[in-house]
Design a protein around this ligand. Structure first.
Ligand SMILES: Nc1ncnc2c1ncn2[C@@H]1O[C@H](COP(=O)(O)OP(=O)(O)OP(=O)(O)O)[C@@H](O)[C@H]1O
Length: 498
């Protein structure tokens, strides 16, 4: 079997040679061109597993080649080499359909990583991928259910986006399926065998953010008893989803931009940076462009994240999907054939605006099923008005915890209730019994542990109050179910065995 063939397009003889040697050492066959014309001619004769082109060429630009190669629809990945510091060029190329980019001076490890990704992709040619996607739709294999035109278009777009490494910004109302779409992109991409890590940016106290994202070295701060990886290292080779990205504090936005641009991170307490290879998918239900205008979100980060936009339609704009979604949800809740909608229920659902989208539909049906006789949900079992979701909130008590991290630690006597309703009324949560009581003005010896224990205690109390009903507990705490799930996982809180 012949080796995959790569086309290198660069007019700088030295760099071209370095690239050729590196690729040949990887066991690949290489053709080279030094002009757009030569590249075109080779592209007309040979099917390449990857095209790697410099941006500036004597008779044109690499961007022209990107457009031409992307325009053939054959799915040949094409990556560009950009000059140092010209991040804008990289973004322009990605928007034009480039699969990925490497910056000059070329770091050979980065180049190898990118090439391996491209080769994984070409193991499954575009035509095959398109067939698979169609089969997925037909057989209902896609996680994103729905036969409406909007959903079909979305699935097709996801199939295309999965073949690139470009950052994607997913917009859509709360509960409309942003995380599901991100998972689908990852699952269909060359990164599928590597981790998908979803991070809820609104759920992490600001004081802990850097450690959570980039990790820390042993001894970096009091309580750092072991070296720990951050989200970037955990997602290495795979996809990092930044959910609720609008909630990132400005200081963290700067650090994140750097990590994304340099593709390198530095653990707290480390002297050296480490290379990370992650594809970033961000999501928000807020209008990021407006936040940029208001100075609440950095323009440069916005530009970096928003290379390709994917918009999820709200459920009320695709009501034709209601029967399919409702059936799938009922099967999941009650098992096949055990639950169904009674007369008039679909019409009632169609008349509802579903501000919380598919997640709200799930909640409405779960609640209704609890009232239903013999698994038949009647109109009277639906409590649509009360079915508002907690997921639209801002995690105030977590922000309050972050504020508590910056504020003097309260003496136990000053303890108040933990369910703050607004960050401006930051509560001073009572330290749980397991924590040593602090005297006035005293500081905890290990702030992260102290905060984690307070958080664990609050979440456990909410779960106990609601008999471990996560939807209700999340609602009590003013956070989304996802945020609660995330915190439970992180803090190792489990539901008791039945
Ligand atoms: N098209 C769909 N088909 C099947 N299930 C869906 C679809 N869209 C959303 N869901 C389900 O709805 C719930 C919410 O989806 P998801 O968490 O992806 O939404 P989100 O937009 O990321 O929400 P949030 O804005 O709160 O973060 C999940 O349980 C998901 O499985």
């Amino acid at each position: 079997m012949s080796s995959p063939r790569i086309l290198v397009v660069d007019d700088e003889a030295d760099l071209r040679e370095l690239l050729e040697i590196t690729l040949v050492k990887m066991g690949l066959d290489v053709d080279s061109a030094s002009t757009v014309r030569e590249a075109r001619s080779l592209l007309g004769q040979t099917e390449y597993a990857l095209v790697l082109t410099d941006m500036r060429l004597p008779d044109g630009t690499g961007l022209e080649l990107v457009r031409e190669v992307a325009g053939t629809g054959r799915g040949t990945p094409i990556a560009v080499i950009t000059a140092y510091g010209s991040a804008e060029n990289a973004v322009i190329a990605l928007k034009a359909g480039a699969f990925d980019y490497v910056s000059k001076p070329v770091v050979l490890d980065d180049l190898r990583t990118m090439v391996r990704s491209a080769l994984r992709l070409s193991e499954k040619p575009a035509a095959q991928a398109a067939q698979d996607a169609e089969a997925g739709i037909e057989a209902g294999n896609s996680r994103l259910l729905g036969r409406s035109q909007a959903m079909q278009a979305l699935r097709a777009q996801i199939g295309r986006l999965a073949r690139s490494q470009a950052p994607i910004a997913i917009n859509g109302e709360s509960g409309s399926g942003k995380e599901l779409a991100a998972r689908e992109i990852h699952a269909q991409s060359a990164r599928a065998g590597k981790p998908f890590v979803a991070v809820n940016c609104g759920a992490i106290p600001e004081a802990l953010m850097e450690a959570e994202f980039f990790g820390y070295r042993k001894g970096a701060f009091t309580g750092a008893t072991d070296e720990r990886d951050g989200f970037f290292q955990a997602a290495n080779g795979g996809t990092l989803m930044l959910d609720e990205v609008a909630d990132l504090p400005l200081a963290m936005q700067v650090k994140l931009l750097r990590a994304i641009q340099e593709r390198r991170v530095r653990k707290i307490g480390a002297t050296a940076e480490e290379a990370v290879d992650v594809r970033i998918i961000s999501a928000t239900h807020k209008n990021l462009a407006r936040l940029v205008e208001n100075g609440q979100f950095r323009q440069d980060l916005f530009y970096r994240l928003n290379v390709i936009e994917l918009t999820l339609p709200p459920l009320r704009e695709r009501l034709d999907d209601l029967p399919l979604l409702a059936d799938a949800i009922l099967v999941r809740l009650a098992g096949p054939g055990n639950a169904r909608l009674g007369a008039g229920v679909l019409d009632a659902l169609r008349g509802y605006a579903f501000p919380g989208n598919v997640r709200e539909l799930e909640n409405v049906l779960e609640r209704a099923l609890a009232f239903a006789n013999d698994g038949v949900i009647e109109v009277g079992d639906l409590s649509l008005k009360g079915a508002r979701l907690a997921g639209q909130g801002e995690a105030p008590q977590l922000q309050a915890l972050a504020q508590a991290a910056a504020a003097p630690v309260p003496a136990p006597a000053a303890a108040q209730g933990a369910s703050a309703s607004a960050p401006t009324m930051a509560p001073t949560p009572a330290p749980p019994d397991s924590l040593p009581a602090l005297g006035a003005g005293e500081l905890p010896s290990n702030l992260p542990d102290y905060l984690c224990q307070i958080e664990r205690d609050i979440i456990q109390r909410a779960l106990q109050q609601t008999q471990f009903n996560r939807t209700q507990a999340a609602s009590l705490l003013g956070i989304s179910v996802r945020q609660l799930r995330y915190q439970m996982q992180k803090l190792d809180i489990h539901a008791p065995e039945p």
